[in-house]
Design a protein around this ligand. Structure first.
Ligand code: C5P
Length: 325
């Protein structure tokens, strides 16, 4: 097949052939994030309740005739993503190929990016999960769900949840994921910042707070760390869920970005049931009783100079899914 015979595609001219797979993948919020002291491996044991929210990246994987793995990104947050081998989506494709003992499969990945970058919403992890799923279908690999989750955990702590979606309890580094029951739908306002926060820096700040006795870390073997929240989620009552939202990294994120305290205060004063920093931040997520309430809270947050963008989203949302067009 010559280059000119390719179908219209984002990879035209890059060596792609006419096979493509599209995957949609959600952002996440940590409804609870309990963090233990740093372990000998440099990581922190976690007890976290993830919930996927209806804000999606879309990744298209197209066969290349050569063995290169390439990526391009477009969309609102594309300018802050590296189109190079450090891109988590590329790393995921390389890891998948390596797992199957081959190096001769090529792919071009195009990512339509709506999830904020370095925003505490698993934007990079989402793309890694999408890449694992898309490439395993595109390359027709004999992948089991367990293979994918194991590979995902090696790429990053949030990647396994991005495959699972919905609501889930995460333990270990966050990658030991168990689906959890959540009834109903939840309404959120997200307050985004153009300036991301580095996850390692936030964890390092958390370590300093633990050393200074300002924060009590999770006991790693605590079996009940998130039980009350999981019970509330099973009831489907947002008013019961709201007071149980919590994030042990919030103080660290606020220490690094003090304006987040003002954003959190403004959102709750505007009528949100509760507001938390999402993951390692700087995105702040506000749980609201209803969609009209969420629109009111959004109006207030949108006017703050500390906030660059606001979104109303619902949860839970499904994990990485093939899109059939
Ligand atoms: O696993 P991931 O690559 O997403 O983690 C990014 C960084 O966040 C790690 O390098 C580490 O500094 C920190 N981290 C941690 N404990 C975890 C998860 C992440 O210390 N459980």
């Amino acid at each position: 097949m010559s280059e000119t015979e390719f179908p219209a595609s984002g990879a035209r001219g890059l060596g792609a052939v006419d096979l493509r797979v599209r995957v949609r993948v959600p952002a996440k919020v940590n409804l609870a994030l309990r963090v233990a002291a740093r372990g000998d491996d440099g990581y922190h044991q976690l007890a976290t309740v993830f919930q996927a929210v209806a804000l999606f990246d879309e990744l298209t994987a197209e066969r290349r005739r050569d063995d290169a793995i390439t990526v391009t990104t477009r969309g609102l947050h594309a300018h802050r993503v590296d189109d190079d081998p450090t891109n988590l989506a590329v790393r995921a494709a390389v890891a998948l190929r390596h797992h199957f003992g081959t190096t001769d499969l090529g792919v071009h990945l195009s990512i339509d990016k709506s999830i904020p970058v370095a925003g505490g919403m698993a934007g990079g992890s989402a793309d890694a999960a999408a890449s694992l799923l898309a490439c395993s279908v595109l390359w027709d690999l004999d992948t089991t769900p367990d293979d994918l989750v194991q590979l995902a955990a090696d790429i990053g702590s949030d990647v396994p949840f991005e495959l699972v979606g919905g609501t889930a309890l995460g333990r270990g580094r966050g990658g030991d994921v168990m689906p959890a029951l959540a009834r109903g739908n939840y309404h959120w306002v997200l307050a985004l910042s153009d300036r991301g926060l580095s996850t390692p820096s936030v964890y390092a700040c958390f370590d300093e707070q633990v050393d200074a006795g300002k924060v009590v870390p999770l006991r790693p073997d605590d079996p009940d760390a998130c039980t009350a929240l999981l019970d509330a989620l099973a009831s489907g009552d947002a008013a019961r869920v709201a007071p149980l939202l919590g994030n042990d990294l919030q103080e660290a994120a606020c220490q690094l970005r003090p304006e987040l305290r003002e954003v959190l205060a403004a959102g709750t004063a505007a009528g949100a049931l509760a507001g938390i920093v999402s993951g390692s931040g700087p995105t702040c997520a506000f749980l609201c009783a209803s969609q009209p309430d969420a629109y009111l809270v959004q109006t207030v947050l949108r006017s703050l100079e500390q906030v660059d963008e606001t979104l109303c989203v619902t949860s839970p949302a499904p994990g990485a899914q093939l899109v059939v067009s």
